[in-house]
Design a protein around this ligand. Structure first.
Ligand code: G1P
Length: 292
């Protein structure tokens, strides 16, 4: 599948980050020094995506500001000779063509994706959930595009999780078909542990055909009374094959404070410009703990 567009659902309330999400959209909280949203837009751009459609909600307008150019700030940074900072703010607005659609009511992830229907049109697209952050080169979307091309089908990212956490996720029942790749027979959103068909949980990366939109139109509210993307994909299975792919890389839960803290430390250690300083910081803290 040739994929040019990405949908990024970013309309949620960010309850696990209250109270800060009263004023700042969760998607703009930083991992080290960049908003988590930027990591996923970079991942999409790296995979060849040209257009990013962010599904947002009223009160989250600062997400749009983040991607707009700021000529006044650029002029000041140029004057001050801050070449690196100038490059960093320009980089954001050149990553992809970013547009926005508003989800008027919080009716679920499936409904958020459906809100982007007109913006996507009749072509395959990717969905990226910005609080699932994965550290790997190549990025997860690039890895999934290869699997999609190989099978000429939609692909969902999955990973094995401990059984006691399975109720937090969408789960697939699938048959192995080659390295890291599984043919999906069934999907269930947030099953109780005893009802989960496996411990392969869905991670927020999907390559989907446009037929998903008709399926989402027909999807009744499911888990938590919301229209679930997982349930829409279950309907899609009646017409098309969909594969699950166990990606290479580590997933961080950017939707929760501890996940974001861990991602900041690990990304900081991996980055050339911050690696030494972050390692020194972690050692210092570990040393203090030893003395306690
Ligand atoms: C969503 C999806 C779920 C998936 C999860 C991954 O759930 O509905 O299938 O496993 O993202 O992060 P949420 O975390 O929005 O409740």
């Amino acid at each position: 599948m040739q994929v040019r567009k990405a949908v990024i659902p970013a309309a949620g309330l960010g309850t696990r980050f209250l109270p800060i999400t009263k004023a700042v959209p969760k998607e703009l909280l930083p991992i080290l020094d960049r908003p988590m949203l930027q990591y996923v837009v970079e991942e999409a751009a790296e995979a060849g995506v040209e257009e990013v459609i962010v599904v947002t909600a009223r009160g989250k307008e600062s997400i749009a500001s983040y991607f707009q150019p700021r000529p006044d700030l650029e002029a000041r940074l140029a004057e001050a000779g801050s070449a690196d900072l100038l490059e960093s703010i320009r980089h954001v607005s050149t990553l992809a063509d970013v547009s926005f659609v508003i989800q008027e009511e919080p009716l679920g992830l499936g409904h958020a994706v459906l809100t982007a229907r007109n913006a996507v049109g009749h072509e395959p697209f990717v969905v990226i959930l910005p609080d699932d952050i994965v550290h790997h080169q190549p990025g997860v979307i690039s890895q999934m595009l290869e699997v999609s091309a190989q099978h000429q089908a939609g692909v969902i990212a999955v990973e094995q999780v401990p059984w006691e956490t399975i109720h937090n996720y969408g789960v697939v029942d699938a048959e192995e078909r080659g390295a890291r790749t599984h043919f999906i027979k069934q999907l269930v959103e947030k099953p109780a542990r005893e009802d989960a068909p496996s411990n392969l949980s869905i991670v927020g990366r999907y390559i989907l055909p446009p037929e998903i939109f008709d399926c989402l139109e027909r999807t009744p509210p499911g888990a938590r009374g919301e229209i679930q993307l997982t349930d829409g994909i279950q309907l899609l299975l009646e017409q098309q094959d969909v594969y699950a792919y166990e990606f290479l890389g580590t997933r961080y839960d950017g939707g929760a404070p501890m996940g974001l803290l861990r991602a900041s430390l690990e990304f900081g250690m991996a980055r050339e410009d911050t690696g030494d300083a972050v390692r020194a910081l972690v050692r210092e803290i570990a040393g203090q703990l030893e003395q306690d």
